[in-house]
Design a protein around this ligand. Structure first.
Ligand code: PHE
Length: 455
């Protein structure tokens, strides 16, 4: 195991922020946030979402940062360092397992973004009728070879970045991909807003409708905030173990939260104006990205085929980039654990993770085709992995890290990390501790109970 002293660090503050923001910005920002916003009262929902990010997401992110940077270890190792001989290490193990499971099914959808990038590049969507898109997606996702192949390609790309290491792989790739993603997303949003009748889409996304602010809107906002900020599995604590001593944890959390939220809102500015401009009502999930939107883009820019071509290509490259920086962070959680806790050299550890995740990924990919009838608790393999991770393991992990830092960890350690040993002013420290001790655990317990269908 690398000792704490010679453990690698991110080379720069901006590199660290972009890596963490890369983990946060992902498919969740694009396929779920806009839809949840439209359905739960537009700007009113955005307001609730912002409160969830500010009062729960950021404090829990800071708690994960504290655990990671203080221990300078992977997420399972972190609890062994900070709470030796206690069951707290179970939280770390659960995080590693969640990272492993999410990576395996997330890569299937990430692989689809490559197929759609490829189709866009070959201009394969031009001239299709709306029914053709549904058929295309059904045929493609059920085809055992193509979806497995793309999933494996995506996994291999992730593997390649991971074996290059923290600085040369994760940090460098984030520094290239995140700015590219920002440029693409802004260009696409501007083009979409300039379409005729786009104002109806803007209205749907942004006009506050307080009648739709129900308790379920609050719960949706909280769940979305956790998934979108990559909280609850130790991704960010693993990244924080590579932060330098003088990184400002609260400022970094703030930057990641702002970037993630801006990307999510801008994704809505791409999707809704285009969809409303051609009179299609948008939905969520894979069908939004892979059935509704390719059709919308062709219809919206159909008069000028080159525009439709460029728009569609840019959109799928954007999705692939967003997914890529997230899969890298999940892979790192597991690789760092295998490397440090099982003392397997990093490259070998990465090979094992890639191999096992690919095997599990094949089962997820096939659950859209040949294995569609194999059900676990009435869910396909893909749905099962999605449900147990995003509805059970992540909220539970987020709640436990909040309790760990709020109640278990010595207050002095928490203060030292947040204030960089007293060198930063932290006027909100008491509020921060209050949130970690009471507010966040109780609020998460509520989402949890609701998601499990117990309420
Ligand atoms: N935050 C990512 C997204 O929005 C998903 C993710 C979850 C990434 C958990 C890492 C860990 O898509």
């Amino acid at each position: 195991m690398e000792s704490k002293q010679n453990r690698v660090n991110f080379g720069s503050k901006i590199g660290a922020i972009l890596a963490a923001a890369g983990s946060a910005v992902g498919l969740g920002n694009i396929w779920r946030f806009p839809y949840e916003t439209g359905n739960h009262g537009g700007a009113a929902f955005i307001l609730i979402y912002l409160c969830c990010v500010a009062f729960m997401g950021l404090p829990i992110m800071m708690a994960e940062f504290t655990v990671g940077r203080r221990s300078r270890a992977n997420t399972a190792g972190a609890y062994k360092v900070l709470a030796p001989g206690t069951p707290w290490r179970g939280v770390g193990y659960m995080g590693v397992l969640a990272g492993f499971l999410i990576l395996s099914y997330y890569s299937v959808v990430a692989g689809w973004t490559l197929e759609y990038t490829w189709q866009s590049l070959a201009n394969g969507f031009a001239g299709m009728s709306s029914g053709d898109y549904t058929q295309f997606f059904a045929d493609f996702s059920a085809n055992p070879w193509r979806s497995v192949l793309w999933m494996a390609v995506f996994m291999f790309m992730t593997h390649w970045v991971i074996i290059k290491g923290v600085k040369e792989g994760i940090e460098k790739s984030s520094k290239i991909m995140m700015p590219m993603l920002f440029i693409f997303i802004v260009v696409l949003a501007v083009c979409s807003i300039m379409l005729p009748n786009s104002e109806k889409g803007l209205e749907f996304l942004l006009k506050p409708d307080f009648s739709k602010v129900t308790p379920s809107a609050f719960l949706a906002a909280m769940g979305q905030a956790f998934f979108s900020l990559s909280l609850g599995l130790g991704c960010l604590s693993t990244y924080a173990s590579y932060f330098s001593k003088d990184a400002n944890l609260s400022k970094t959390a703030m930057s990641v939260g702002v970037i993630d939220t801006l990307v999510a809102i801008t994704a809505g500015l791409i999707i809704f104006p285009a969809a409303f401009s051609v009179g299609v009502s948008p939905d969520a999930g894979p069908s939004l990205l892979f059935i509704t939107l390719p059709n919308v883009f062709q219809m919206a820019f159909g008069g000028v085929p080159i525009l439709a071509y460029i728009f569609s290509l840019m959109f799928y490259v954007l999705l692939a980039l967003a997914a890529f920086t997230s899969t890298i962070s999940m892979h790192e959680v597991v690789t760092a654990f295998v490397n440090e806790d099982w003392k397997v050299p990093r490259k070998k550890a990465a090979c094992y993770v890639t191999l096992f995740c690919t095997v599990l990924g094949v089962l997820s990919a096939l659950s859209f085709g040949v294995l569609a009838d194999v059900k676990i608790f009435g869910l396909t393999f893909f749905e099962f992995l999605d449900t147990i991770t995003s509805k059970v393991m992540l909220p539970l992990g987020a709640m436990l890290v909040s309790i760990f830092v709020g109640w278990y960890l010595d207050r002095r350690i928490v203060w030292d990390e947040i204030s960089n040993e007293g060198s930063l002013k932290v006027p909100f420290f008491k509020v921060y501790i209050f949130i970690l001790r009471y507010f966040a655990p109780i609020a998460i317990a509520l989402i949890f109970i609701k998601e499990m269908g117990l309420w």
